[in-house]
Write a protein that binds this ligand. Structure first.
Ligand SMILES: Nc1nc2c(c(=O)[nH]1)N(C=O)[C@@H](CNc1ccc(C(=O)N[C@@H](CCC(=O)O)C(=O)O)cc1)CN2
Ligand SMILES: Nc1nc2c(ncn2[C@@H]2O[C@H](COP(=O)(O)OP(=O)(O)OP(=O)(O)O)[C@@H](O)[C@H]2O)c(=O)[nH]1
Ligand SMILES: [Mg+2]
Length: 443
């Protein structure tokens, strides 16, 4: 076992709570349990005990669970005290346990760090555990649990195994080049597989945007001329009066943002200043911000007042857009029918027409951009960087341009090494602080 100190922390959330879980891991765990619970408890069974400080003071009545190492979450002896979730109860419990010799308060992510150091989880699973704890939407939860269970790391381990095999074959061919029983076509098959893997890795890297959408949300920006009804739509979708609405053109100046949960996906909706030429100083800054935000959007909603359509000039052409006609209620039946043909959707916020259809359309586009449930996607910039390096080595390995088999085999080794760093199978000491700094205390 690598760690000598035992660590303790509150592993459950905000206080006060009905119940709070205090967790301890390390070699002092048995002694702490014996002392506080007045004797050992059966392994892996929750037992109700009176909990006392070493001086005999009763702290609480709570459940005690003991998990002997190495078959525990961290791989060390672990115990949990499930106590009443009052601030004073928890404070006194933590203070008492941290007062034992060899026991101290845990740092953020330290339980999971020990699980990693004891090979209970690999690095990619560790990151997924952090994502699982932070998941707020159903899509985030689904994505994180899939990777916490190993889907993403299995993909990387699989590629790494194929490269190790490829390198073994190429080196065998180098060593036995002049013997007859090593068929020359072996290397052709190997290079063919490596070539295929480059494509697989490139496609996987391309999935990063989908992972970002799952994590950070699908960016939708509302644009249009002043008074087009942007803020009115924004408030309706947000289901609250987040933006000021008046009949005065130029009401909105700053960017306003709300987060929606559309069928389990996070969607970030931004209201912007109406676009028009040379308005006042404040409005001009707002318009500049609106254009900058639009450049980074996943979807634009281009609103136009059906009763007073105005042109707003060129918009980012590369970004998908929905043309939305607003204030449908102001048109008579015939004019309304004619107008509908020129837009993707027509709406009346005043009468609640078309808003449901617009929301459904946004939801569908967000879902498409986030990929299908079960897609294995890279979830961190770290993954993209190492996968990019992997492929650069593989491209060098597969280019014949006067490079000997030895050097090509070496490129295969370097590529496999990059994948090893990804999952933490090769030395990653320098990475650990970065990764575990993303955790909260008690995890
Ligand atoms: N009360 C409580 N609930 C919890 C946790 C916890 O630590 N305590 N977890 C904490 O994250 C999660 C469950 N994850 C866990 C993962 C592994 C082990 C564990 O003891 N693993 C051993 C034995 C496996 C087995 O019996 O099948 C091992 O891997 O060797 C426990 C919890 C969520 N719920
Ligand atoms: N009849 C009708 N009026 C609407 C509708 N939507 C908005 N309006 C009115 O149009 C005016 C402008 O609405 P806003 O939502 O503030 O428009 P905006 O596009 O945010 O305007 P700026 O912030 O100035 O760019 C207000 O008087 C709204 O009440 C609608 O569906 N029907
Ligand atoms: Mg507005």
């Amino acid at each position: 076992m690598i760690s000598r100190d035992s660590i303790v922390a509150l592993s459950s959330g905000r206080l006060p709570a009905g119940v709070a879980v205090i967790r301890i891991s390390g070699p002092q765990t048995r002694f702490v349990v014996e002392t506080i619970s007045g004797g050992m408890v059966k392994d892996r069974v929750a037992v109700l005990r009176r909990l006392r400080a070493p001086d005999g003071t009763v702290l609480d009545h709570g459940l005690v669970v003991f998990f002997p190492g190495p078959a525990s979450f961290t791989g060390e002896d672990v115990a949990e005290f499930h106590v009443h979730g009052g601030r004073a109860v928890v404070a006194r419990m933590l203070e008492t346990i941290a007062g034992f010799d060899g026991v101290r308060h845990a740092e953020p992510g330290e339980f999971t760090r020990r699980a990693f150091l004891n090979s209970k989880v690999n690095l990619v699973e560790t990151e997924a555990l952090a994502d699982l704890v932070n998941a707020e939407t159903e899509a985030q939860r689904r994505f994180a649990i899939q990777n916490a269970e190993g889907a993403q790391s299995e993909l990387y381990f699989g590629w790494r195994r194929r490269l190790i095999h490829a390198r073994a074959m190429i080196e065998a061919e180098i060593d036995f080049a002049d013997e007859d029983d090593v068929p020359g076509s072996v290397s052709a098959t190997v290079w063919f597989d490596v070539q295929a893997m480059i494509g697989e890795i490139d496609r996987h890297i391309a999935g990063f945007r989908a992972a970002e959408i799952i994590r950070d949300g699908f960016e939708v920006v509302i644009l249009g001329a002043p008074n087009a009804g942007k803020s009115s739509l924004f408030n309706t979708l947000a289901r609250r009066d987040a933006a000021i609405v008046t009949d005065e053109p130029g009401t909105t100046r700053d960017l306003l943002e709300v987060t929606l949960d559309l069928e389990g996906l996070r969607v970030r909706l931004t209201d912007t200043a109406g676009l028009r030429d040379a308005p006042g100083k404040i409005e001009a800054i707002g318009i500049e911000k609106a254009r900058a935000k639009a450049d980074r959007a996943d979807l634009l909603l281009l609103l136009q007042d059906l009763a007073d359509p105005r042109d707003v000039g060129p918009l980012p052409a590369a970004i998908p857009a929905l043309r939305v006609g607003t204030k449908l209620d102001l048109l008579d039946g015939q004019a309304a029918a004619n107008a509908a043909a020129h837009y993707d959707l027509v709406i009346s916020v005043a009468e609640g027409v078309g808003v449901g259809a617009l929301l459904a359309e946004i939801g569908q586009r967000a879902a498409r951009a986030a990929g299908s449930a079960g897609d294995i996607l890279p979830s961190r910039l770290r993954h993209i960087e190492l996968l990019g390096e992997t492929n650069r080595h593989l491209l060098r390995a597969t280019s014949d341009q006067g490079v000997g088999q030895e050097l090509r085999a070496e490129e295969l080794r370097l590529a496999a090494d990059r994948l090893g760093r990804l999952v933490g199978a090769v030395d990653v000491e320098d990475l650990l602080d970065v990764i575990f700094s993303q955790f909260c205390i008690g995890k």
